[in-house]
Design a protein. Structure first.
Length: 206
């Protein structure tokens, strides 16, 4: 395990260099996140059991799916209709090897994707809307591909919520969705000294 990757990826400003970091990290990513106590899978589980109700065959997009670490929790909960999108083919290769997604798409979320509008019952996006990764403009894209009455569960770290204008983007689009639930801030990686504090934002598209 190397603790360096967290700082490297969240400080990187160049998307091509970021992709190279994920290429090098991909093989160790799951073990590292597990060792650091990755909190998002548990939070997703809580939100799905307490705050939103969707059918087990719901079509779910894992946006910035990486290796599929969080999707494995969805599979454990018997949600099996999963599509993943990520711009790193190396992270996607690990995800593909798990055979848990119906489809994997290698595209950036920083611009409009080729995904059809209004097709997902739920979009999850964890560890992606953050510094050096995907900016607030992706919220528009994630809302676009969500069905009316469908849900979005987004992790957004507290330090960048205002600074990188995620708050502004959500406010600008508040006629397109309603808040279903907002967690208190929590430490995303409790066993890593440099972990950000995040919240899970659960929205329902109007
Ligand atoms: C910290 S990982 C999170 C992966 C997964 N969601 C999880 O929670 O384990 C961040 C992911 O965002 C992806 N990513 C970064 N910039 C991206 C972009 N512009 N478009 C799509 N994916 C991107 C990276 O390739 C990486 O897989």
């Amino acid at each position: 395990m190397s603790k360096k990757w967290l700082n490297i990826v969240y400080k990187e400003k160049n998307p091509n260099r970021l992709k190279k970091h994920y290429k090098q990290w991909a093989d160790d990513y799951d073990n590292d996140l597990q060792a650091w106590g990755y909190a998002y899978p548990k939070k997703i589980k809580q939100i799905l059991s307490k705050h939103i109700q969707i059918k087990k065959n719901s079509r779910i997009l894992d946006a910035g799916c990486g290796t599929g670490y969080v999707a494995e929790t969805l599979i454990d909960l018997n949600y099996k209709n999963l599509v993943g999108i990520d711009y790193s083919k190396d992270m996607l290769e690990i995800a593909r090897s798990k055979k848990i997604y119906k489809k994997l798409i290698c595209q950036s979320l920083s611009k409009k994707t080729t995904m059809k509008s209004a097709q997902f019952d739920l979009v999850i996006c964890t560890g992606v809307l953050t510094s050096g990764h995907v900016g607030p403009s992706a919220i528009r894209e994630l809302l676009r591909v969500t069905k009316p009455k469908g849900y979005l569960i987004l992790s957004i770290s507290e330090t960048i919520f205002s600074k990188l204008k995620f708050k502004d983007e959500l406010e600008k689009r508040d006629s397109e969705y309603q808040y279903v639930h907002l967690t208190k801030p929590f430490i995303a990686l409790p066993n890593h000294n440099d972990s950000a504090r995040s919240r899970m934002h659960t929205l329902q598209k109007k």
